[in-house]
Design a protein around this ligand. Structure first.
Ligand code: AMP
Ligand code: MG
Length: 410
């Protein structure tokens, strides 16, 4: 059995995945989905010159000298609410009342806010005055948002592979995209294995523990933008594992994810089942926790076998499964947030690439990391108390207090 570096193991896994095919979705359903094509603006934004204030559209030249003690009087020739389409053209000495967002009429090149006129009444339905006194000067362009100032037609505004944020949906709506091409969600079948596992609702029995991994892993899958399908718990025997794998095949999932049953002793029958209809590689990866990782395929569906210990399963997900789901889901650039943190105490390591549970907080302008408790791979509580995984690189045996290392926010 070969000992791989974390990078080697991850590369081997990733080489088996390609992005899933895209689907067209109504815009309202696209939050947190990944764009499957570049978005090209079909028109300018704003689409027409419009007013950024409630006020009066004017010719700036007419009011260049206006002042409170020397107002300029203009004849009001039109009323332009938002949504209307003015057909007039302002001549010298004329103004048009205009609302925020309304198109600026021909001939006008500035808007004077109502506050800077003697007509400060913006209540709906107020009739327009015959004349308006302009109390402050204006220059060409003032309070006008010109067509195309934000986006020009033909510009790429969102790139393929982007995870869509709420504001992106707003921009897509502005540009008239009622349906959007996004990658479909990768579908992952998930199961736990072990004769010792009970569901959370069952009373504890001698020698048994509750299946926690399937809850953690299902939530991680969902958070990573994929759809998790829980197949339950496989008993430690050939037929039970085979039943669940067959279910996964029927469901046509993109990946099968299991936890436990991949340590040397328990592994044999899982390997047998998988090799009856596929192939299985069992690796030891130079990492801590989570050294044993299994990878293979069953009837051509890729399968990743994570270790059973709850912290190992979590770390294995972060290191191997999340990148695989991101590649399957078409996400560009990944989503991981890495920060540089200062170790609060000396940390000894055994030379494996180590992922330690820490609480990171800001102290006097620096990010400081503290271990959250004993680092046994079954101690899920210390993971719950952590907000980051501190990474000690392979080959490092000791990180002195005060040294900076990378950490992944979790
Ligand atoms: P195994 O990989 O089967 O040797 O399991 C390693 C350790 O993880 C054992 O202590 C198991 O009891 C524990 N374990 C296995 N599966 C789960 C699970 N689904 N939830 C919590 N602990 C588990
Ligand atoms: Mg087991």
């Amino acid at each position: 059995m070969s000992l791989l570096s974390v990078d080697q193991a991850r590369e081997r896994i990733l080489s088996h995945f390609q992005p899933v095919i895209p689907e067209m979705l109504p815009l309202a359903g696209c939050s947190k989905r990944v764009l499957a094509a570049d978005i090209v603006a079909p028109n300018d934004l704003p689409p027409f010159d419009n007013s950024s204030m409630d006020g009066f559209a004017v010719r700036a030249g007419d009011v260049a000298e206006a002042a409170t003690d020397s107002p300029r009087s203009l004849r009001v020739v039109a009323d332009i609410p938002a949504g209307s389409h003015p057909t007039i053209s302002l001549a010298a000495g004329e103004a048009a009342r205009i609302m925020t967002g309304a198109p600026v009429p021909q001939g006008a090149d500035a808007v004077v806010p109502v506050e800077d006129t003697n007509f400060n009444d913006r209540a709906a339905g107020t009739p327009v005055p015959e004349n308006v006194q302009i109390l402050k000067p204006a220059k060409p362009g003032w309070n006008i948002r010109p067509r195309g100032m934000d986006i020009l037609s033909g510009e790429i505004v969102l790139h393929k592979g982007r995870l869509l944020k709420p504001q992106d949906l707003g921009l897509l709506a502005m540009l008239g995209f009622a349906n959007v091409s996004v990658f479909r969600k990768p579908r992952i079948a998930l199961f736990s294995s072990g004769d010792e596992l009970l569901p959370p609702e069952a009373p504890l029995e001698e020698g048994k523990i509750r299946d926690s991994n399937s809850y953690t892993l299902a939530a991680l899958i969902e958070e990573a933008g994929a759809e998790g399908i829980r197949l339950g718990v496989a008993k430690d025997n050939y037929d039970s594992v085979k039943d669940l794998l067959e279910k996964a095949v029927e469901l046509k999932v993109d990946l099968i994810l299991s936890s436990a049953g991949v340590s040397v002793g328990a592994f044999d029958f899982v390997k047998q089942v998988i090799e009856s209809n596929g192939s299985m590689d069992f690796w030891r990866v130079n990492m801590r926790p989570g050294k044993p990782v299994a990878f293979g395929d069953y009837k051509e569906i890729p399968i990743i076998g994570l270790p059973g210990n709850p912290v190992s399963a979590f770390v294995g997900f972060e290191v191997f499964v999340r990148p695989a789901l991101e590649k399957l889901g078409g996400l560009a650039g990944g989503s991981r947030q890495t920060v540089r943190v200062r170790c609060d105490e000396q940390i000894d390591s055994d030379g494996r690439e180590s992922y330690l549970r820490v609480q990171v907080q800001e102290e006097n302008g620096a990010w400081v990391a503290r271990l959250t408790g004993h680092q046994g791979s079954g101690n899920l509580h210390s993971l719950v108390q952590a907000n980051a995984l501190l990474i000690i690189p392979a080959g490092v045996k000791c990180v002195p207090a005060g040294q900076e290392v990378d950490a992944w926010l979790i």
